[in-house]
Every structure is written in structure tokens, then in C-alpha cells.
Design a protein around this ligand. Structure first.
Ligand code: HEC
Ligand code: HEC
Length: 214
């Protein structure tokens, strides 16, 4: 009898585990793979980008109509990797990443909106902007010794590794400060362990170099 009870528990638990992993898969992963399928189909891509453009009208007030931001503390979305953009919507919506405006906006976007908007901005071209500081040779050394492994030599990243090249210096500075534990806006980011060993001056140097990258 005891043995039967044990087997019943065992079967129920197995179902729970299977259910849980399907549950996780049905979230972000499935949509990111759907997005990849759209990216490989030219016609679907045209439709998604057009739908994304329509839904992105409001975003243009801050991120610029073509994804080149209108203020130095706001990131460019143009040329950003679609998977990264999509994942950041998820993070703003579930509270993992915090920003007064973005956290509210992200919750109001449907999953389809998020896919289309991410694809739309990934297709826009990032433009060179005036940066308040010159590039830094020290920053370049840090970049080439450490950052390139994930963000690539050219700073364009890949998939869920964001493009950082040419982001506004002010945004980079603030973001690196958040990663370094200055506030909880991006708590638990994988970047925290990376910046832990850099001092304040090194963070400013690397921000200056990244801002200057085309
Ligand atoms: C009122 C200004 C404002 C509006 C409108 C706005 N954003 Fe943002 N957005 C910001 C700011 C500021 C940040 C940077 C937050 C931070 O420092 O973490 C940001 C960050 C983001 C990020 C993260 C980018 C990165 O490089 O990590 C994405 C993606 C994004 N916004 C998408 C959108 C979309 C899509 C819309 C329209 C539905 C939108 N935003 C509308 C101000 C705005
Ligand atoms: C091990 C891989 C890895 C390395 C090495 C790495 N990064 Fe990152 N970086 C990431 C990931 C992943 C993210 C997205 C973080 C998130 O979603 O919280 C990111 C995000 C960033 C962002 C925010 C981008 C945005 O649009 O908001 C900046 C800035 C950045 N990294 C700069 C750097 C710099 C500078 C270095 C070198 C000192 C570096 N990274 C090294 C993986 C890495």
C-alpha cells in the first residue's frame, strides 16, 4: 500500500515538473523563437515591421521616430538586436528592470506588440551623435580586454547581448552605475559581476570609448 502511495506521488510530481518546464518555455523562449522564424521570412518580416512602426508612434517622443533617442539619458533603439529589445520589455513588465515610464508602458503592450516593435526598431539605422566627451584610450583597453567577449569587437552584440556602440554617453554612464550597485534599477543583471572589478574612473573611461564606437 505504502509503495502504491509512493508511486502515485512520484507520478504526480513528474507531471508537476513537466508542467513547470513547459510553463517556462511558453513564456519568453517561445516568443523569441517565433521572432526568429519571422526574421527568416521576408513577407512576415515586412508585415511585422509595419505593425511595429504603427505601435511605436508614442515611443518616438523619447526614443526618436527612427529609434535615435532625443535625450542623452535615453537609449537608442535603432539597430538594437531584436531578441535583446524583446527581453527588456519582459524585464520592465515583470519588475526585474525598473523605470517609471517604461515599467508602465511595457505592461500595456501585448506580446504581439512586443515582437513587432522589437523587430521594427532592430531594422532602423543608428546615427552618429555628438557626445559630450572624447573617446578614451584607457577605455579602449578595458573594452578590448573584457567587454568584447559578449558585445563583440564592434560593440554590436548579438541576440540577447545588446548592441552598446554609439549609445549616448550619459545613458552608458548611468547604466554602468546601476550595474555597479548604485541603485536597484537593473538589479540581478549579469553585468553586475562584470563591472564589480572596475572603479569609477574605469567605468567612465569605458563609457567614453563605447559612446565613440560607430
Ligand atoms: C517618456 C519617455 C519614454 C517613452 C515615451 C518611451 N520610453 Fe523607452 N525608455 C525611456 C528611458 C528613460 C529608458 C531608459 C531606462 C533606464 O535607464 O533603464 C528607456 C528604455 C527603453 C528600453 C531599453 C533599451 C535598452 O537599451 O536597454 C526599451 C526596449 C524601450 N525603452 C522601449 C520603448 C518602447 C517600445 C516605447 C513605446 C511603446 C518606449 N520605450 C517609450 C523613456 C521612454
Ligand atoms: C559575459 C558577457 C558580458 C560581458 C563580458 C560584458 N557584458 Fe555588458 N551586457 C551583457 C548582457 C547579457 C547584458 C544585458 C543585461 C541585462 O539584460 O540586464 C549587457 C548589458 C550591457 C549594457 C546595457 C545596454 C543597454 O542598452 O542598456 C552596457 C552599457 C554594457 N553591457 C556594457 C558592458 C561593458 C562596458 C563591458 C566591459 C567592461 C561589458 N558590458 C561586458 C553581457 C556582457
Amino acid at each position: 500500500m505504502r509503495r502504491i502511495t509512493f508511486y502515485i506521488y512520484w507520478i504526480i510530481c513528474s507531471f508537476c515538473l513537466i508542467g513547470q518546464s513547459y510553463g517556462e518555455l511558453s513564456q519568453t523562449d517561445v516568443l523569441v523563437s517565433e521572432m526568429t522564424i519571422i526574421q527568416q521570412n521576408p513577407q512576415q518580416m515586412i508585415e511585422a515591421v509595419a505593425a511595429g512602426k504603427e505601435r511605436a508612434l508614442l515611443c518616438g517622443n523619447c526614443h526618436g521616430k527612427n529609434g535615435n533617442s532625443v535625450r542623452d539619458y535615453i537609449p537608442n533603439l535603432a539597430s538594437q538586436n531584436a531578441a535583446y529589445l524583446f527581453n527588456q520589455f519582459e524585464k520592465f513588465a515583470n519588475g526585474e528592470r525598473k523605470d517609471y515610464v517604461m515599467s508602465r508602458l511595457a505592461k500595456n503592450l501585448t506580446r504581439e506588440d512586443r515582437v513587432n516593435i522589437a523587430l521594427y526598431f532592430s531594422q532602423m539605422q543608428v546615427e552618429a551623435r555628438d557626445q559630450p566627451v572624447a573617446s578614451s584610450a584607457e577605455g579602449e583597453k578595458i573594452y578590448k580586454g573584457l567587454c568584447f567577449t559578449c558585445h563583440q569587437q564592434d560593440g554590436h552584440g548579438n541576440g540577447n547581448y545588446p548592441r552598446i556602440a554609439g549609445q549616448p554617453y550619459e545613458y552608458l554612464k548611468r547604466t554602468l552605475n546601476s550595474f555597479a550597485g548604485g541603485n536597484d534599477r537593473r538589479a540581478n543583471s549579469p553585468m553586475a559581476v562584470i563591472v564589480k572589478n572596475l572603479n569609477e574612473k574605469q567605468l567612465l573611461d569605458v563609457a567614453a570609448y563605447v559612446a565613440s564606437m560607430p
